[in-house]
Design a protein around this ligand. Structure first.
Ligand code: ADE
Ligand code: ZN
Length: 324
């Protein structure tokens, strides 16, 4: 089964590029850039990854990315991840990027976008790995800041596929970002949003109605509202579920308790994803394997899930045909 799941062409639709920063590269970049980390070793970094909820993870996630300073750092970050992903049978990656977290510490948008852009072009050339880019807004920051970021990103609109909404969910409902998502739509950008990870089913509904999203990131709490589930099924709305993330952030106690099988039984359109692989114990293949162990799913189930991701990906029809 491992060989089968590894060879299966997989698309990763829910990944934060800053969440691919492995402790080894974090140490290397800290040395390169003279950044002081509160850890003495790779082991000490890993030992700190003991989260009790989303916020406790986000605190370390934002601290970790402080080592990223130059375009070369961002290129190294993404190339390192792209190589690991390719080795796991990942053929297409859609990455969220969090520019506000970099702007806030004096790293320019050009630095971030040029570094990631270089890595994307190299990955396509050197690894036959295609990618998409999702400009994410931090929902625990003011909506005006998100609007300002979208306008500042004008030189990069062409290289963007979508806008997204991430960071601390509770207390920051999607409607707060109605205006910026409307502007993104007018620019011809697709829209996705994290909703129903820690937040209530109402946030999922709001993401659909107010932000007009084409995918819901996570969405696992939708099962609490049968009417919402019915609608998600009717619209064949894609949910980018992240099993290992949900365990690490205590959305569920154990993977065996995860609502994934119930979500599939309800007829929802599910994809499997890794979210922040450097922090949550594994990449996309590890997420597939963990589901195999926890749920005993057959090859047919994984073919279906991997197919959903290829179908829902922001990729050319030629690439989709090649991967199907
Ligand atoms: N940013 C990085 N990972 C995230 C997650 N799982 N939820 C919300 N924001 C995030
Ligand atoms: Zn996420």
């Amino acid at each position: 089964m491992r060989d089968f799941l590894k060879a299966l062409p997989k698309a990763e639709l829910h990944l934060h590029i800053e969440g691919t920063l492995e402790p080894e590269l974090m140490m290397t970049l800290a040395d390169r850039n003279g950044v002081n980390l509160p850890y003495g070793s790779v082991e000490a970094i890993r030992a700190a990854y003991d989260f009790h909820d989303l916020q406790s993870f986000l605190d370390l996630y934002y601290q970790g990315m402080s080592v990223l300073r130059s375009a070369r750092d961002f290129e190294d970050l993404a190339m390192d991840y792209f190589r690991r992903a390719t080795a796991e049978g990942v053929v297409h990656v859609e990455m969220h990027v969090d520019p506000q977290a970099h702007l806030a510490r004096g790293v320019s948008l050009a630095t971030v976008m040029e570094g990631l852009g270089r890595a994307r072009r190299r990955a396509e050339r050197e690894l036959d790995l295609t990618s998409a880019m999702i400009l994410a807004f931090l929902r625990d920051r003011p909506a005006e800041e998100a609007l300002d970021l979208l306008e500042r990103a004008a030189p990069y609109w062409e290289s963007l596929d979508a806008v997204g909404l991430d960071s601390a969910e509770l207390g920051h409902p999607p409607a707060k970002f109605a205006e910026v998502f409307q502007r993104a739509k007018a620019l011809g950008l697709a829209r996705v949003a994290h909703a129903g990870e820690e937040g209530p089913p109402d946030y999922i509904l709001e993401a659909l109605d107010v932000l007009d999203v084409c995918r819901i990131d996570h969405g696992v709490r939708c099962l609490e509202d049968p009417t919402l589930v019915e609608r998600l099924c009717e619209e064949a709305m894609v949910l980018t579920v992240c099993p290992l993330s949900n365990v690490r952030l205590k959305v569920v106690e154990r993977l065996e308790d995860h609502p994934l099988p119930a979500m599939r039984d309800a007829g929802l359109t599910i994809t499997l994803n890794s979210d922040d692989p450097a922090y949550f114990g594994g990449g996309l293949l590890d997420n597939y394997l963990a589901c195999r162990w926890a749920f005993g799913w057959s090859r047919e189930v994984f073919l279906d899930l991997a197919g959903n991701a290829i179908d829902a990906a922001f990729m050319s029809e030629a690439r989709r045909a090649e991967l199907r």
